[in-house]
Design a protein around this ligand. Structure first.
Ligand SMILES: NC(=O)c1ccc[n+]([C@@H]2O[C@H](COP(=O)([O-])OP(=O)(O)OC[C@H]3O[C@@H](n4cnc5c(N)ncnc54)[C@H](O)[C@@H]3O)[C@@H](O)[C@H]2O)c1
Length: 377
């Protein structure tokens, strides 16, 4: 019987958005056991939340440094094996770097860091270690995204020639309208978010989708970003033209001020023989288009899906898969890598995806500030 992987969590407290997604995801395939961590920088909230979860509090630490110090004192067989970093962006780099250097595997939220330079340091530190490192580009875990990828990579839609990915949210709009409220949001604070809000938070997901689904790297971009108000420093909207080559092009449209939009990630990819449409808010329906046949709708769990899609589907067709399942599939892939089991390279986004994401963010901001020019990635 294989033992569950001991998981630590940094951030993701009761007050957080993303914590619950990671906790549920980690439990989905029965591969992990949450052992300890630092959920919150305020001790009472940290320990109170751990108690609420029913965790034993002896491995809940007052801060990250204490976490490392105390865990390293334990024999390896008892020590936490993998740590999920779910804090605001500016803490990803110092935490992930020290975790790698101390021999822990890491599951890190996106964007990987706040600068490309930091991301490249992490990449080089990682090369000298045996660490498994995942970056949670959540949407790569959806069964129908994985199915679309497999079909594109096996040539079903021919040569890809047009990629259009939109990620529209509206939640920042009412906050932005209130000058005081604006100052309370870490995603709008360059010290905590990095050099971008919209492109860094959601444009990067769209960019990751473009490269994940096509299996190709974007070679150059041209960005037009919008901070909306003169006294707001970071972009809240951005349209970015992308080129894979001279004849394969596309667009990434991202916004946090698309008033009333919820989590509108929409993917459209077209090739010489067919195309795909997929919407995150209706993720079990993959629309397959061709020139000469009626529209086909592919759904999870059916035998016509490929292995990587079916592996992440836990119930028979008709039981909807959602974002928890998507993140659960990423955790499943990481578990296989940690336990040295066979897995597909598409089962979890890795450091390269994280570094590519940071390159995209930095070049988007640079392109915009330089007068909307084309820049190589
Ligand atoms: N993959 C996705 O789809 C997705 C979605 C949302 C957020 N995210 C990413 O997840 C990260 C967190 O985002 P969020 O929306 O959950 O933020 P949040 O502000 O809602 O929560 C952050 C959590 O980190 C804790 N924290 C802050 N400083 C800490 C410290 N020093 N030590 C321990 N805990 C600390 C806070 O107490 C809080 O619980 C960000 O990097 C964000 O980009 C990813």
């Amino acid at each position: 019987m294989s033992e569950k992987i001991k998981l630590g969590i940094l951030g993701g407290g009761g007050d957080s958005l993303i914590g619950v997604l990671h906790r549920v995801a980690s439990s989905m395939h029965d591969k992990y056991q949450i052992v300890g961590g630092v959920f919150n920088p305020v001790w009472e909230e940290n320990i109170g939340f751990a108690q609420k979860l029913g965790l034993s509090t002896n491995r809940i630490y007052i801060d990250f440094d204490t976490f490392i110090e105390e865990e390293l004192k334990l024999p390896k067989s008892e020590r936490i094996e993998v740590v999920s970093v779910l804090t605001p962006n500016f803490l990803h780099f110092p935490m992930a770097k020290k975790l790698i250097e101390s021999g822990f595997h890491v599951i890190c939220e996106k964007p990987l860091t706040t600068t490309l330079a930091e991301a490249e340091v992490l990449e080089s530190v990682l090369k000298k270690s045996n660490t498994i490192f995942a970056v949670t580009y959540t949407y790569t875990g959806y069964p129908m995204i994985r199915q679309m990828r497999e079909m594109i990579l096996s040539g079903v839609i021919g040569e890809v020639h047009k990629v259009d990915i939109q990620y529209y949210q509206g939640w920042i709009n009412p906050i932005l309208l209130d000058k005081e409220l604006r100052k309370t949001i870490w995603r709008l604070d360059p010290k905590k978010a990095g050099i971008s809000s919209c492109v860094g938070d959601i444009g990067t997901h769209a960019f990751n989708m473009a490269e994940y689904l096509t299996g190709k790297e974007v070679t150059s971009i041209l960005a037009d970003l919008n901070t909306r108000y003169e006294d707001n420093q970071l972009d809240v909207d951005g349209t970015i033209l992308i080129r894979f080559s001279e004849y394969v092009k596309g667009v990434i449209r991202s916004s946090q001020i698309a008033t009333g939009e919820e989590n509108g990630l929409e993917v459209k990819i077209y090739g010489t023989k067919g195309g795909f449409n997929w919407k995150q808010e209706n993720p079990n329906y993959l629309y397959y288009l061709t020139d000469d046949k009626p529209l086909q709708v592919l759904k999870p769990g059916h035998a016509y899906n490929g292995a990587i899609s079916l592996d992440g589907t836990k119930l028979p067709p008709g039981h909807p898969e959602g974002i928890f399942d998507s993140m659960g599939n990423i955790y499943y892939g990481v578990a296989k890598a940690i336990r040295k089991q066979d897995h597909d390279s598409g089962e979890y986004p890795n450091i390269n995806d994280g570094v590519r994401g940071m390159k995209f963010i930095e070049k988007s901001v640079e392109s915009h500030k330089s007068g909307n020019i084309w820049l190589d990635l």
